[in-house]
Design a protein around this ligand. Structure first.
Ligand code: NAP
Length: 296
């Protein structure tokens, strides 16, 4: 396949993903709204575009990884957006986490231009993006998925085609239900451990290899006990995802009682100014409820 890629969105996730594409030998043109974030990819050989349309103009694959549904709509369908310059038979791979319904609408707008779309949201956090080991859940036509596999393989390891457009996003919402419940359990377990007086580091080491092991426990529990709340994944973005979850659940007529309760705790943290902190700051909500401060 043609190795020319337009890459839009150089945030916590996008920047290391673009660097991995460069490392794998792709010709990458990067666009970021805040221009300073293009410096590192350009140092590693990327070209710089000044608009999403410019990034798309000479590319057979255009990757977007920006914050939320309106942001993806803006860089693809808005003024100076990808749709203004995309060539027929090109593919937009949106790797942001956004609404499955909006994804289907964007895909049909691109189809009018003779272009294709894959929704390919990711899991694995900043470290997975740096290491090129992301899990990628992909929706779209099977033939287009096969064509784009070498691109996805430069950024991820567990890459699954799950169905038609929008279904990648639906599976990502499944992922977020699991992530949220697991992290809440990690935080509650640390509260219990702290109050009981056991050594927190030894407790984490003792349980992480057994049946209670998880990515959330291995990666975020050590940060919680260090009081390190810098974001891998921001609370603002998780609340965005949980709104997509409860919205879809509501449309299907189902209630997710635990996920909804945790969403309320996160919304309260947002109101208290914690939105730019990492999701591990959930501990602060549980500390308020229980009166127990967790720190090693
Ligand atoms: P981030 O660090 O906040 O980066 C967001 C990126 O989107 C920035 O490059 C930002 O540009 C750009 N952007 C936002 N709105 C835009 C707009 N209207 N027009 C143009 N560019 C816009 O976020 P992130 O953590 O990389 O997350 C990106 C996506 O990946 C989100 O959908 C998130 O849910 C998903 N995700 C994140 C993680 C994680 O662990 N962080 C894991 C899996 C999935 P500026 O630099 O100008 O602000």
């Amino acid at each position: 396949m043609d190795k020319t890629i337009g890459f839009i969105g150089l945030g916590i996730m996008g920047k290391p993903m673009s660097l991995n594409l460069l490392k794998a030998g792709f010709n990458v043109t990067v666009y970021n709204r805040t221009e300073s974030k293009t410096t590192e990819p350009v140092l590693h050989g990327a070209k710089k575009a000044h608009t999403p349309a410019e990034a798309a103009a000479d590319s057979s694959v255009i990757i977007t990884i920006v914050s939320d549904t309106p942001d993806v709509e803006s860089v693809i369908l808005g003024e100076n957006g990808v749709i203004e310059s995309i060539k027929p038979d090109s593919v937009v791979i949106d790797m942001s986490t956004i609404s499955p319904e909006a994804t289907r609408k964007i895909a049909s707008r691109l189809k009018e231009k003779g272009a294709y779309m894959l929704d390919a949201p990711v899991s694995g956090g900043e470290q997975g993006a740096i290491d090129g080991t992301l899990s990628i859940m992909t929706g779209g036509e099977a033939m287009i998925f096969e064509r784009c596999l070498p691109v996805l393989q430069a950024m991820g390891k567990n890459i699954i085609h799950v169905g038609t457009n929008g279904m990648g996003q639906t599976v990502k919402l499944v992922n977020q239900i699991l992530v949220t419940g697991t992290l809440n359990s990690v935080a509650e377990a640390l509260i219990f451990a702290q109050k009981s007086g056991v050594d927190l580091e030894k407790t984490i080491d003792a349980v992480k290899g057994g049946a209670a092991g998880s990515w959330q426990l291995a990666n975020l529990a050590p940060r919680i006990i260090e009081r390190d709340f810098r974001p891998g994944f921001m609370i603002d973005l998780l609340v965005k995802d949980l709104n997509l979850v409860t919205g879809s659940a509501g449309e299907m007529g189902i209630d997710l009682p635990v996920t909804s309760r945790i969403k309320e705790m996160y919304e309260k943290l947002q109101a208290e100014g914690e939105g730019k902190n990492g999701t591990q700051a959930l501990i602060k909500a549980l500390e308020k409820i229980t009166g127990v401060h967790v720190e090693k």
